[in-house]
Design a protein around this ligand. Structure first.
Ligand SMILES: [Zn+2]
Length: 303
């Protein structure tokens, strides 16, 4: 979901860093003043030790404690430089070792390229089903998790508590929500896009489990969400954003349900259904037909 960067206006890209304290950033010979830096590390406002590392269109949370660093997604797919940069950026903040790397879900664009963290001695953790998929896929650029989570696991390190929570199947069958209870922050990747429609035709998506999963996230105690792709203007997400997504899914589902009953799935529905209320969402024009396609499969076939 790099499209926010490609399709977004230059002003939005400039605004990416407004109001955040940039700890380390590099601008490689910018062709224009409006180009965003290749990467940036920002400390989350109001926290002592929670950081977001962004590289191009992907983001990863890391947490620094006095007993080591908890890293989440390596975000190094087809770009080992991103992981090297990630490690350099952590070293600018702390001399503590990286103890854990926790995968948000098994999709390569978020979790490939982690070997340099393995070489530093980190333990890799993911949902049980993520490990199953990755073991079968056997991609040489993906570190297979050392440990797995089923429904819940709590990591306690150097005075920081991080919960790894499984909220059911959604954008994949193995997404973990990572919650910092003290800071009331969650890191959730891909399944809760902020002011954006869903990803294409949801090739790894589970309906209706996805909707139940969104509801479970809303029931958790948190105020701010760090997304796996930068939100509008680089901002963090809120429960209002998740409720908006929930409403979008409800409205989309209802429209496609009607179309399915009228025998319009897939092709006519994909051409005819418009949701003007949601036109301003990121990727609306390019991904709406795919979103309809996914719900057509559900309502017209039952899968
Ligand atoms: Zn994904």
């Amino acid at each position: 979901m790099l499209l926010r960067f490609i399709a977004g206006s230059n002003m939005a890209l400039v605004a990416l860093f407004a109001g955040v304290s940039v700890v380390g950033a590099q601008t490689p010979a910018p062709p224009a003043a409006s180009s965003p830096p290749l990467f940036a590390t920002t400390k989350v406002d109001g926290t002592d030790n929670v950081y977001v590392f962004r590289y191009q269109g992907h983001q990863s949370m890391f947490v620094v404690t006095k007993a080591g660093v908890i890293v989440t997604d390596p975000i190094g797919y087809l770009r080992p430089q991103a992981v090297k940069t990630y490690i350099d950026e952590i070293k600018k903040v702390t001399s503590q070792p990286v103890k854990y790397v926790i995968y948000s879900h098994h999709h390569y664009d978020h979790i490939a390229g982690g070997k340099p963290f393995k070489d530093l001695g980190a333990r890799f953790i993911a949902h049980r089903l993520a490990k199953e998929h990755l073991t079968k896929l056997n991609n040489p650029d993906v570190v297979i998790p050392d440990e797995t989570v089923d429904n819940k696991r709590v990591i306690s390190l150097g005075g920081t508590t991080l919960e790894l929570l499984y909220v059911g199947r959604n954008h994949s069958d193995n997404s973990l929500v990572m919650r910092l209870p003290k800071e009331k922050i969650i890191f959730a990747v891909d399944f809760l896009p902020i002011q954006a429609v869903l990803f294409r035709n949801g090739p790894d998506t589970f309906i209706p489990d996805y909707e139940a999963s969104v509801k479970r996230v809303l029931e958790l105690d948190w105020d701010r969400m760090i997304p796996g792709h930068p939100g509008p203007g680089g901002r963090l997400g809120t429960k209002a954003d998740v409720k908006d997504l929930q409403q979008y899914m409800t409205d989309l589902s209802a429209e496609v349900h009607k179309a399915a009953d009228a025998g319009k799935c897939w092709d006519a529905a994909m051409k005819e259904i418009k949701l003007p209320k949601y036109e301003a969402l990121a990727n609306y024009a390019i991904y709406l037909p795919g979103n309809i396609e996914r719900y057509c499969s559900y309502w017209a076939r039952g899968y």
